[in-house]
Design a protein around this ligand. Sequence first.
Ligand SMILES: NC(=O)c1ccc[n+]([C@@H]2O[C@H](COP(=O)([O-])OP(=O)(O)OC[C@H]3O[C@@H](n4cnc5c(N)ncnc54)[C@H](OP(=O)(O)O)[C@@H]3O)[C@@H](O)[C@H]2O)c1
Length: 257
Amino acid sequence: MESRLFNLSGRTALVTGGGRGIGLAIARGLAEHGADVAIVARTKEQLEEAARQIETETGRKVWIFQFDLAKVELLEGLFESLIAETGGIDILVNCAGATIRGAAEEVDLKTWNQVIEINLTSAFVLSQAFCRHRKKQGKAGKIINIGSLTCHGARPTTAAYASSKGGLLMLTKTLAVEWAKYNINVNAIGPGYIATELTEPLWTDDEFNRWVHSKTPLGRWGRPEDLAGTAVLLASKAGDFITGQIIYVDGGWLALL
Ligand SMILES: NC(=O)c1ccc[n+]([C@@H]2O[C@H](COP(=O)([O-])OP(=O)(O)OC[C@H]3O[C@@H](n4cnc5c(N)ncnc54)[C@H](OP(=O)(O)O)[C@@H]3O)[C@@H](O)[C@H]2O)c1
């Protein structure tokens, strides 16, 4: 008998940052388990290529939305268009993220605000729109926020990024306890170091690369597809009693003394 626990047939997921990297791997993983997916990012060619790949590999429907999530005042409108086009969203994955690295005392306010808006404010505004949508439909929902090891600890030169991800963890917990009454589960995934475009300056740096290997008991950088299974768990019936949690997918990083 086929397991219903991880089956996402009949569901539609919205994955921000689904054009490449972790977001693409999560969108593909959800589609492999039966979900149709809508993906949002700024780069049209990457969205088109991601949609082509997912549709070819899984046979699921993919919608693409070219949008800059830093335009937070326009996000409600984006969500309305998404609903109109897809017919409704059951799973929201807030994955899009950006970072700047630099001495905290030199970070200008414009850059700080941009990182907070993309990583934290956009997740909040989309979650609000998602909650209102699910309430109106009288249906349950799943929200998955992509956190970071910086939800747990800090490194120099990441003040804006770490603050946004720390905030995202508390947003996850707050919405989980507040929206449990609507049967909306809100959880986070904390990736360890994953080799993507975002971390290219790090994995191409020999010293940093050695440091990551030395700190990761499983002895390698993560791959975007390493995150897909946890996202499927949190999006599916198997995750129905999990809420307010962060699950670190870090190759053992946080377990190491
Ligand atoms: N890689 C890691 O080691 C790691 C570790 C911990 C957490 N994370 C988190 O995982 C998430 C994905 O990271 P990744 O490594 O996959 O990065 P990535 O390869 O750079 O992908 C980021 C995605 O977000 C989209 N995005 C960025 N800014 C956007 C904006 N203003 N509006 C709309 N879309 C935007 C990008 O598309 P466009 O550029 O086309 O807009 C892209 O699709 C991020 O939240 C990141 O903080 C990553």
